[in-house]
Design a protein around this ligand. Structure first.
Ligand SMILES: Cc1cc2nc3c(=O)[nH]c(=O)nc-3n(C[C@H](O)[C@H](O)[C@H](O)COP(=O)(O)OP(=O)(O)OC[C@H]3O[C@@H](n4cnc5c(N)ncnc54)[C@H](O)[C@@H]3O)c2cc1C
Length: 408
C-alpha cells in the first residue's frame, strides 16, 4: 500500500497558514477498536465522530495532516457537489438522486454545527452559489436542471439575460442561483481543527506513518504494518486515503488532474456580487471563490482520465495556469491589479455516478471505505463520518445502499 497523492508547487492554504500542530509518528505498537487510514478531511471527520462516540480510535497519516487533496481543494461546500440532478438521476434514478442532494444539504448544516463547536477560526462562511454557462446549448440543459431543482424543492432562481448583465461582468447565457446552500472554508485549517478536536476527544494521531500492508490475525484482528516498523492492531479499518482507496475497489478509478491559481489580495470585487461561490458548467468546468484575505481563487475541473490524472507535465501545467489567469482577467475586467501568487495542482478520484464510496465490502468485512471524491468531497466526508460511526455501533443506515462499494 502506498500513498500517491500528488501536489505540485505551493497550494495557497499551506502557504498562507503556518502548520497549526505537528503530530508524532508511530514509535510503538498500538491497539484500538478502529484505525483510520488518511488524515485529510475524510479521515479527520471519521476520527472525530468515532472518538466523540467513545470509540477507541487511531488516525494514521502517510505524511503531514491535511497535505493530500484536502490541502489543494478550494474548500467549497456545495449541496450540488454530486453534479446535476439531471445527470445523477440518469445514473441512479430520480428518488436516489434527490435523496443524495438532500443528504448533501443536511451535511452542510452538520458541518456548520461542527465548525461552530471548534475553538479555531477555519474561515467558514455560508454562501449563495451560481452554476452558470455561456454556451447556448448547455444553457438549455441548465434551464431544465433549474426546473427540476425547483420542482424538487430547492431554493433556486434562474439567472438570464438581460438582468445578468447588470450583476455579473462575465458572459452568462443561463445560470442557477441557489440561496444559502453552499459554504466555503480554509480546508487546511478545517482539517487541522478537526484532527485537533479528534485528539481532544481521545483519538491518537500519528503523522508520517504510512500504512504499507494489512494482515489478518486471529479473531479477524487487522494488523496495519507501517513504514515506522510498528503496527496498529484494530477490529475495523476505515480507508480514508483519498484516491489511494481506489486500489481496493476493483481497479483504478478515473483520476483527474486539476489545476488552480490564487491571486494576491485585491481591494474590490467589481462584477462579482457578494463574492458568491461560482461554478461553470461545461466540458472543462471552472470554479471560483474569494478568500477571507481578499484573494481570487480559480481552478479547473477537467474530464476524468485514468492514468493522465496521476502525472503532472510541466508544459501542460504552465498552459493550464496561463488559461486560468486569462479566464479570470476576462471574467472580471473591473477588478484592478489581478496578480497570480500561487499555482498548484492536485489529483482527485471520481466515481461513475459522482457519488462517494462509503461502507463495507463482502470480501473484507473488517474494512470500511470512505472515498469521497470530486468537487462535493468535503460534504460527502461529513456524510461518511456519520454513516460509518453508526455502522460501527451496529445501527441501521439505509443510506449506505446509495454509496455501497459494490454498486455498479
Ligand atoms: C484541485 C482540487 C479541487 C477540489 N475542489 C473541491 C471542492 O471545492 N470541494 C470539495 O468538497 N472537494 C474538492 N476536491 C476534492 C477534495 O480533495 C475532497 O473533497 C477531500 O478533500 C478529500 O479528502 P480526503 O480526506 O478523502 O482525501 P485526501 O485529502 O487526499 O487525504 C487522504 C490522505 O490519506 C493519506 N494516505 C494515503 N495512503 C495512505 C496510507 N497507505 N497510509 C496512511 N495515509 C495514507 C494521504 O497521504 C492523504 O493525506 C478537490 C480536489 C482537488 C484535487
Amino acid at each position: 500500500m502506498t500513498a500517491t497523492t500528488l501536489v505540485s508547487e505551493t497550494p495557497v492554504w499551506t502557504a498562507i497558514n503556518s502548520v497549526p500542530t505537528q503530530y508524532p509518528w508511530l514509535d510503538q505498537d498500538e491497539t484500538c477498536e478502529v484505525a483510520v487510514i488518511g488524515a485529510g478531511i475524510t479521515g479527520a471527520l471519521c476520527a472525530l465522530r468515532l472518538a466523540q462516540a467513545g470509540v477507541n480510535t487511531v488516525l494514521l497519516a502517510a505524511n503531514a495532516v491535511g497535505y493530500g487533496s484536502t490541502g489543494v481543494s478550494p474548500g467549497l461546500m456545495d449541496y450540488d457537489g454530486a453534479g446535476t440532478l439531471t445527470h445523477l438521476s440518469k445514473q441512479v434514478g430520480m428518488d436516489k438522486a434527490v435523496r443524495a442532494f438532500e443528504l448533501c444539504s443536511h451535511a452542510l448544516d452538520e458541518m456548520q454545527s461542527l465548525v461552530e463547536s471548534l475553538p479555531e477560526d477555519v474561515g467558514f462562511a455560508r454562501k449563495d452559489s451560481l452554476l452558470y454557462t455561456d454556451n447556448p446549448q448547455i444553457a438549455n440543459i441548465l434551464r431544465q436542471e433549474y426546473a427540476l431543482r425547483l420542482h424538487t424543492g430547492f431554493p433556486v432562481e434562474l439567472v438570464e439575460q438581460p438582468s445578468a448583465r447588470e450583476q455579473y461582468s462575465f458572459p452568462l447565457e443561463a445560470g442557477i442561483l441557489t440561496k444559502g446552500m453552499s459554504a466555503q472554508a480554509d480546508p487546511y485549517r478545517l482539517c487541522h481543527a478537526l484532527v485537533n478536536a479528534a485528539q481532544e476527544s481521545g483519538a491518537r494521531v500519528y503523522e508520517n506513518t504510512c500504512v504499507e500492508s494489512i494482515t489478518t490475525e486471529e479473531e479477524s484482528v487487522q494488523c496495519l504494518h507501517t513504514c515506522t516498523r510498528h503496527c496498529v492492531r484494530a477490529k475495523k479499518v476505515i480507508m480514508a486515503s483519498g484516491h489511494d482507496c481506489a486500489q481496493f475497489t476493483g481497479g483504478l478509478l478515473p483520476v483527474r488532474k486539476a489545476y488552480a491559481i490564487a491571486t494576491k489580495p485585491v481591494d474590490e470585487f467589481a462584477g462579482w456580487p457578494n463574492q458568491i461561490n461560482i461554478r461553470e458548467e461545461s466540458a472543462q468546468s471552472i470554479y471560483l471563490r474569494t478568500t477571507p484575505d481578499g484573494r481570487l481563487l480559480v481552478g479547473d475541473i477537467p474530464a476524468a482520465s485514468r492514468l493522465g490524472g496521476l502525472v503532472i507535465l510541466p508544459k501542460t501545467a504552465d498552459r493550464r495556469y496561463a488559461d486560468l489567469e486569462c479566464r479570470l482577467k476576462d471574467m472580471f475586467p473591473g477588478i484592478r491589479g489581478i496578480e497570480v501568487e500561487y499555482r498548484f495542482a492536485g489529483s482527485m478520484a471520481g466515481t461513475t455516478d459522482g457519488l462517494p464510496i462509503i461502507g463495507g465490502m463482502a470480501q473484507h468485512e473488517e474494512w470500511y471505505f470512505a472515498l469521497c471524491p470530486g468537487v462535493g468531497g468535503m460534504l460527502w466526508a461529513e456524510v461518511a463520518s456519520r454513516l460509518l460511526t453508526a455502522l460501527y455501533k451496529g445501527e441501521t443506515c439505509e443510506e449506505l445502499a446509495l454509496f455501497a462499494p459494490s454498486r455498479k
